[in-house]
Design a protein. Structure first.
Length: 225
């Protein structure tokens, strides 16, 4: 569900029509009052928020969203008037995920929405991950096997998080390099093999969950998956 807060009726209707044509559920609101009433009943996946609104402006709404625990994680794309760089920068500093400069094209709007949703979904990780006798506390960087703490390096931990988030998915060595070491890493895929080896050793009998796919890479095998 996408919420669109825009006081111009024609622009709002065009945005809603485009969103629905692109396959999104969408609702529109002319001001903050209607928006807050709706969000108390159903939280959206993303909010398109115009800065210039009657009553509470978009920045005030954004500030309240960010300061409220229940809504702080909802992605927000701000719509700013051309030339108002201060509003754009302030919105991003306050927690907005992206911005659109009016007048913007509808295809650009859809593209930015999809990009923000991809980023937000990629960044969403459950607080606890479990597999057999392994448990992983994502926020506190703690891994336990049979309730005993296992000490991992940061990269070993990030490898394990990635694979526990995606059980039974085959990762090539290049996939793991890109996602754990990032695009600017200049090392060789041998780096992945070394870290997988030390990770398996530290996991002990739980190391068997990490399967080698010969000639391809690795996967974390979940018999229940």
């Amino acid at each position: 569900m996408i919420y669109c807060v825009e006081d111009d009726d024609d622009i709002r209707e065009l945005m809603l029509y485009t969103l629905k044509t692109a396959g999104f559920e969408a609702q529109g609101f002319p001001d903050g009052d209607d928006f807050w009433q709706a969000i108390s009943l159903q939280q959206p996946d993303l909010i398109l928020l115009d800065i210039m609104l009657p009553g509470s402006d978009g920045l005030a709404i954004l500030e309240k969203l960010e300061q409220t625990p229940a809504t702080a994680g909802i992605p927000v794309i701000m719509a700013t008037a051309k030339g108002t760089e201060y509003d754009k920068v302030k919105g991003l500093d306050m927690g907005a995920d992206d911005y659109l400069v009016k007048p913007f094209g509808m295809m650009e709007m859809i593209s930015r929405i999809k990009a923000v949703l991809r980023r937000s979904q990629k960044g969403h990780v459950p607080k606890m991950l479990k597999l057999g006798n392994l448990s992983l506390d994502v926020q506190n960087y703690v891994v336990k096997k049979d309730n005993q703490v296992i000490h991992l390096t940061l990269k070993e931990f990030e490898l394990l998080v990635l694979m526990m988030k995606n059980p039974n998915r085959v990762f090539t060595r290049q996939d793991l390099l890109k996602q754990v070491w990032n695009d600017d890493f200049l090392g060789e895929t041998r780096t992945v093999d070394v870290h997988i080896g030390t990770l398996r050793t530290k996991l002990g009998d739980a190391g068997h969950y990490i399967q080698t796919i010969r000639g391809v890479g690795y996967r974390l095998e979940d018999d229940n998956g």
